[in-house]
Design a protein around this ligand. Structure first.
Ligand code: NAD
Length: 417
């Protein structure tokens, strides 16, 4: 073994994550040692010519946290604050997510240290293509498969794919996921994160015949939160509160989400924010503290913290956002009898359908939306019951059980000489 237990690890945030898992007491020291270090870390610096003729050096990263379960898998984000620590931490999270859902992928993540608002479209395309050129040897359908993340989108995936195929000299759609459907993207990818969480909720509430009896508050009305609100509303759940960064609306007898969507998205374009809607207003802080059956944080990390944890009155929380509950307050929720479906499984629908996209591309197939959703349901619900079974058997919270399953699968596949 190369590393000693006390050796400083490269990724400080992963260290915090690993410390949290250590405190949960579900993994041994040696087991955690094997996932303490990212396996492969890349930093590249490359020039682009800007529209005004000047040259700028772009700094970018790719971290393949662990490749023992298969090729790396994880998005690429564009952000001015991105650094190796952040990318490593995100890659660590991806490792846990692909592992707990039984996907044949290791965890990876990428980042380009730019503020995308400061560049023209032509410049962004050069930056995207440069990333692929610089990292070409390290990435690819059987090595590491990128996807969109913060500030990146299907169009950027198409540029990156085109660059990859130009260098490889062959068609290779499985190189990247989250592409437009016309370029080999999967049906259902856009709604997959919320859809996955929705399937879990249907399992949780399968004994409640009339879903009108289940009141829900959702924080965040973007890709994840708005789709979840729609799915729940269309399937009879009582969505009593929604919000976005502008604030929220509340109706004890249930909001009409279809009307709200029509109002916010006229002609398919977003024209309004939630504070522009009629009805009783509620702040984001108040929404979190509502006495509801289900709370779905679907916006930012750390929204349930030591300031408000004692005021959380929901019976159950589904983490659609990444890290909405700070680790140090988890115990309080537990002792107040609030159960949490952890993000590791709750928001894994996106990476599961990314895997389906990769599989379709490798096989030269295109699955229908029904097929994609059927397979998504089967995989996410299957993984959920494994977590629940372990939680029950060993008297663990769902989060501890999910972490244990994820890390155990990774370390079983680590090569130790
Ligand atoms: P998004 O940008 O589409 O939407 C974010 C929403 O949160 C917007 O409605 C925004 O107004 C709202 N918001 C921002 N600040 C807020 C605040 N202070 N209070 C309340 N609402 C606020 O993002 P998204 O893709 O929906 O992602 C939301 C969360 O879900 C993130 O934590 C993300 O990491 C996680 N997630 C998303 C996916 C996915 O496929 N989209 C997959 C896994 C996890």
């Amino acid at each position: 073994m190369v590393y000693s237990e006390n050796e400083l690890i490269f990724c400080n945030n992963c260290k915090i994550e690993i410390e949290n898992i250590k405190k949960q007491g579900v993994m041994s020291k040696v087991e955690l040692l094997l996932v303490k270090h990212p396996q492969k870390v890349f930093q590249v610096n490359y020039p682009i010519v800007k529209d005004d003729g000047s040259i700028e050096i772009i700094t970018a990263y790719r971290v393949q946290y662990n490749l023992n379960l298969g090729p790396g898998k994880g998005g690429i984000r564009f952000h001015q604050d991105v650094d190796l620590d952040e990318v490593s931490e995100l890659a660590f999270g991806m490792m846990l997510k692909t592992s707990v859902t039984g996907l044949p992928f290791g965890g990876a993540k990428g980042g380009i240290r730019i503020n995308p608002k400061k560049y023209s479209k032509v410049e962004l395309e050069k930056i995207s293509r440069g990333y692929v050129r610089e990292l070409f040897d390290a990435i690819g359908p059987k090595k590491d498969v990128p996807a969109p993340d913060v500030n990146t989108n299907p169009e950027i995936m198409s540029w990156m794919l085109d660059e990859y195929e130009k260098i490889a000299g062959e068609k290779s759609p499985a190189f990247i996921t989250g592409k437009p459907v016309a370029d080999g993207g999967s049906e259902g990818r856009d709604k997959s994160t919320a859809m996955g969480g929705f399937y879990l909720l249907n399992e949780e509430y399968k004994d409640t015949e009339d879903k009108k009896n289940i009141s829900v508050a959702i924080q965040g009305f973007g890709n994840a939160g708005a789709v979840m609100a729609e799915l729940l509303y269309e399937n009879g759940y009582k969505v009593v509160a929604i919000s976005d960064s502008s604030g929220g609306v509340y109706d004890d007898s249930g909001l009409n989400i279809t009307e709200i969507m029509d109002e916010l998205y006229k002609d398919g374009k977003k024209v309004g924010r939630i504070n522009s809607l009629k009805g009783d207003k509620i702040s984001n802080e108040e929404l979190l503290e509502l006495s509801v059956d289900l709370l779905v944080p679907a916006a930012l990390g750390g929204v349930i913290n030591s300031e408000n944890v004692e005021d959380i009155r929901a019976t159950k929380i589904l983490e659609l956002a990444n890290g909405p509950i700070l680790p140090n307050v988890e115990k309080v929720l537990e002792s107040n009898g609030i159960s949490v479906i952890p993000g590791l499984i709750a928001n894994s629908g996106g990476v599961i359908v990314s895997y389906f996209e990769w599989e379709q591309n490798l096989k030269g197939e295109h699955w229908t939306l029904e097929e994609v959703n059927r397979k998504l349901k089967e995989r996410i619900v299957g993984a959920f019951y494994k977590i629940k079974d372990l939680a029950q058997k060993e008297n663990l919270s769902l989060r501890k059980a999910a972490n244990k399953i994820a890390i155990t699968r990774v370390i079983k596949n680590v090569n130790v000489n």
